[in-house]
Design a protein around this ligand. Structure first.
Ligand code: PLP
Length: 500
């Protein structure tokens, strides 16, 4: 299996090269040249497998240049009971005969990004070895919160890698800051940047593109890389859990083999829902995809009208991981829907960067319509969905999952669709305990309480245990207290790496 670029389909490279490179030179994203097929018989066999075995069955179809041992090592290192606090890794929770929640937040940072970022470092180091790269990889991340911590946990103590994360000093929550400054591991570095997220992001970009600096790194056998969500190595592990959910439902006799399900995904970058679409292309029986957005509803409008227009106000919401106006993984979806036409994609993406807007042709639009629905929920509707879910099912969800729940309820009201539906749950409610408790008990309830008190209150109300990784934060040592000016970021990297 080789990989081509969405903006140049003549490119043909191995999966190891695609994972090492991340992005293609002309700006396109790497996609497999064909989609492997999984038969219903194979899906029925998944019912008797554990998560690691399911992961091997799927990943081995895409990463054909990896040996069995290489791939199994990556999987064994990533999906452990220690890291996910459950053997199921991604368990399915039944709300009623129609609604099932796919819990993707049992990993070490309590959000679904762990599903990919726990395995990406291993795929990346294996890819480096396979392509005869002997340099050490230095992962640079600018983060507005979730990705930084998930990347730190994923790369900590992974041989052949270092990771340095910059976060905006005033732009992350107290818990998020604590999660990062207490990070353990011999190969990690964390620093706050005086400024906002854009300052941190621009600083990281400047380091990536500074030729002189990259030469200095090369002289020290170091090579910069990113853990960006457009890397194929982050997308492919996400396909696994949709098959896994279907297999669990089969095993529990909730569905019969071949029954079509709906899948609802709270969406930002379009990565998670794209993985579900790839699962469908591989043979997973799916009736409809429901793309859920918060008030930053650029994708809702796109799916409903065929016009993508990012020229709109940006809203800060209580589901911050979905506050996005450019959904980078949409490019892979459009490439597939266009019949793999790199000219169409280059044209659309050119328009996006010059005008901030494009519209797809009638063919593409009609393909979207046959499979996709979309809707959005504002903060008030999100709050109501959290309360309704607790009142009806005695089950507490986070703000991102609640966006999906609210959008799904509207969809059912409009369509009366009774197909069994899997709702992707992307974060633990404990990660957003303040908003969740306000939804359940009102503003007065949280006033004056610190983060750790809120965790205990939420545990009592929900009957769920506080995730170990959050509870332990209270007693962890703060290991990083570096705050740098944005002009000092390069020097900060050098200090961490102990060069020049
Ligand atoms: C990143 C994230 C999302 C959005 O996922 P995409 O793959 O970017 O669509 C949703 N919920 C949570 C909690 C996230 O961290």
């Amino acid at each position: 299996m080789h990989y081509q670029s969405t903006r140049n389909s003549k490119i043909s490279i191995t999966s190891a090269e695609a994972i090492k490179k991340g992005l293609s030179e002309e700006g396109g994203l790497f996609v497999p040249e064909s989609i492997p097929h999984i038969s219903l018989d194979e899906i029925s066999e998944f019912a008797n497998m554990n998560y690691k075995e399911r992961a091997y069955a799927i990943l081995s179809r895409f990463l054909t240049d990896f040996t069995e041992t290489e791939l199994k090592n990556c999987i064994d290192n990533a999906y452990t009971k220690e890291k996910f606090e459950t053997n199921n890794i991604a368990p399915v929770y039944k709300l009623d005969n129609n609604k099932y929640v796919l819990e993707l937040w049992h990993g070490p940072t309590c959000a679904f990004k762990d599903m990919a970022l726990q395995i990406l470092p291993h795929l990346l180091t294996a890819s480096m070895k396979k392509t005869d790269e002997n340099d050490e990889v230095v992962i640079l991340v600018a983060t507005s919160g979730d990705t930084g911590k998930a990347a730190l946990e994923g790369f900590r103590d992974v041989e052949g890698t270092r990771i340095i994360v910059f976060y905006p000093n005033d732009g992350v929550s107290e818990i998020q800051k604590l999660q990062m400054v207490t990070q353990e591991g011999d190969n990690v570095g964390v620093a706050a940047v005086e400024g906002n997220f854009d300052d941190a992001q621009n600083g990281v970009k400047r380091i990536f593109t500074d030729e002189r600096y990259n030469k200095i790194l090369a002289d020290n056998n170091l090579k910069l890389s990113s853990a960006n969500s457009i890397n194929w190595g982050r997308l492919v592990p996400q396909i696994v859990y949709y098959f896994s959910a279907y297999a669990d439902m089969l095993e529990g006799s909730e569905i019969n083999l071949g029954d079509k399900i709906n899948i609802v995904v709270p969406t930002g970058n379009f990565g998670n829902i794209l993985a579900a679409y790839y699962a469908y292309k591989m043979g997973l029986p799916v009736k409809r995809f429901i793309c859920a957005s918060n008030k930053n509803n650029v994708l809702t409008d796109f799916i409903n009208t065929g016009v993508y227009d990012k020229n709109r106000e940006f809203h800060t919401t209580i589901s911050p991981s979905m506050d996005i106006l450019i959904s980078s993984n949409l490019e892979r979806f459009l490439y597939d829907l266009s019949g793999r036409d790199d000219n169409i994609i280059s044209d659309l993406m050119g328009k996006l960067s010059t005008e901030g807007k494009y519209s797809v042709n009638a063919d593409i639009k009609s393909r979207i319509d046959t499979l996709f629905s979309a809707g959005y929920a504002d903060d008030a509707e999100t709050m109501q969905a959290i309360k309704k879910c607790r009142d009806e099912f005695d089950y507490v969800i986070d703000t991102h999952t609640a966006v999906a729940m609210a959008v799904y309820d509207k969809y059912v009201q409009e369509t009366h669709d009774t197909a069994k539906t899997v709702i992707a749950s992307t974060a633990s409610p404990f990660k957003f305990s303040q908003s969740v408790l306000i939804a359940l008990n009102g503003h007065g309830f949280v006033a004056g309480k610190d983060e750790f008190t809120l965790l205990s209150e939420l545990s009592e109300i929900s009957g769920m245990d506080i995730p170990k990784s959050l509870e332990e934060l209270k007693n962890k040592l703060k290991l990083f207290d570096i705050v740098c000016e944005k002009e000092q970021m390069m020097q900060t990297v050098s200090n961490f790496l102990q060069i020049g």
